[in-house]
Ligand binder design. Structure first.
Ligand SMILES: [Cu+2]
Length: 425
């Protein structure tokens, strides 16, 4: 007799096999959108707002139909370059993970068509949006799932403003682990003067389990993730946030991963101005350097970029600024490896002992790794190896720039740089 346990086991190994070969993503036919940050779509005539820049992503164009903004999302497999040298088999929307940012204005009526080109059912939930129950996208509860090949229509009026999200509510564990998520951003109809910004960025946080040498995230992993992304990119593949000195800047951060991420900005104090339920009253705001973004939420932070330079913006969980982390390795800090290294070198002549005096040397030594696997710490700045990967990018604040193209590295004014000295003088 075949037991339930045997069936489960057989199913699991079959699934593991498909995941490992990438067949589950139909990688051969997968779409892939550019990973360069696309210029935002300007506000249409009659509406005024600063359009959102989705770092290493894009916004979703729309058509007008009798006063209704009509968007079309396509749920489908895609490939995503996380950084040069690492391309991942994902699922997303319109060829990208995160999917394109949907942008609208409070009071708009929107119609969002969702076509399913995945090999299984899906549905789409509008996270944080106040809408009629039948538009909420929870398969089984408020609608039938969308079968492969079908298109469902969602239509509702936006009666709020803020940073909201969309994601599946069918086989969520797998579909979100494969990258299915995106922003739905609603600008206020009549923004107060103090909330008008010159630069408005959107960053989705995500974590993945991608074994070294493989191409497909493992959705079965619950805690031991090894790849941490801003908009499904890892440093140094993440574009910088370029702003002019004096700009008021908003960064909208969403988290649909399995962990909270304390996001830390150097050189500036900011305030959280909104959650995924709307604005935080000014009387309730306080200055911060680091803000934890809990799972399943968004936070908007705002500040005046009043300090020129190249400022790190990163997750403060130090394992989250690393790539392809392996966590089950022995601790060698302070251990003498000389005797063992000599013996290993007889078998493997290229063997290098590492870890006794810290691991910083790994940032400078780019040892060849398995295919499709970036070094753990990587990226180079004007002073050498940055020693960071994962959730790390740079806020570039510049005086006198005339475009928001990457201005290169900051030139430090004379006398403002930390330099070696003789401590006795
Ligand atoms: Cu983190």
């Amino acid at each position: 007799m075949t037991t339930r346990r045997q069936i489960l086991k057989a199913g699991a190994s079959l699934l593991a096999g498909t995941v490992a070969t990438g067949a589950v993503t139909n990688a051969a036919t997968a779409q892939s959108r550019p990973t360069a940050t696309q210029p935002p779509i300007p506000a249409p005539s009659g509406q005024q707002y600063t359009p959102v820049v989705t770092l290493n992503g894009s916004s979703l164009p729309w058509k007008m139909d009798n006063g209704v903004k009509v968007f079309h999302l396509i749920a489908e497999p895609c490939t995503r370059e996380f950084a040069p040298g690492m391309t991942v088999n994902c699922w997303g929307y319109n060829g990208a993970t995160p999917g394109p940012t949907i942008e609208a204005v409070e009071g708009d009526r929107v119609r969002i068509l969702v076509t399913n080109r995945l090999p299984e059912h899906t549905s789409i939930h509008w996270h944080g949006i106040l809408l009629p129950n039948g538009m909420d996208g929870v398969s089984g509860l408020t609608q039938k799932p969308i079968p492969p090949g079908d298109t469902f229509k969602y239509e509702f009026t936006l009666n709020q403003h803020g940073t909201l999200m969309y994601h599946p509510h069918y086989d969520e564990m797998l579909q979100m682990a494969m990258g299915m998520m995106g922003f739905l951003i609603i600008h206020p109809k009549n923004p107060p003067a103090e909330s008008i910004v010159q630069r408005d960025f959107a960053i989705m946080l995500m974590e993945w389990a991608i074994d070294p040498g493989t191409f497909t995230p493992n959705p079965m992993i619950m805690t031991d993730f090894n790849t941490f992304t801003f908009n499904s990119r890892i440093f140094p593949g993440i574009d910088p946030l370029v702003v002019k000195l004096g700009d008021r800047v908003r960064i909208r951060i969403g988290n649909l991963s399995m962990n909270s991420h304390p996001i830390h900005l150097h050189g500036h104090a900011f305030e959280a101005t909104a959650t995924d339920s709307g604005p935080i009253p000014p009387s309730a705001r306080f200055p911060e350097n680091t803000i934890s973004i809990p799972v399943g939420t968004t936070r908007d932070i705002e500040f005046v970029a009043d300090n020129p330079g190249d400022w790190a913006l990163h997750c403060h969980k130090s394992h989250h600024t690393m790539n392809s982390m392996a966590h089950d390795v022995p601790n060698l800090i302070g251990a003498s490896q000389a005797a063992a290294a000599e013996k290993i070198a007889r078998l493997v002549p290229t063997y290098m002992q590492m870890g006794s005096n810290g691991m910083g040397e790994m940032a400078e030594m780019h040892m060849p790794g398995p295919k499709n696997t970036p070094p753990m710490m990587t990226g180079t700045g004007p002073f050498g190896a940055v020693g960071m990967g994962g959730m790390f990018t740079i806020l570039k604040v510049r005086a006198g720039i005339t475009s928001y193209n990457d201005p290169g590295w900051y030139a430090h004014p004379e006398g403002t740089l930390a330099l070696p000295v003789n401590p006795d003088h």
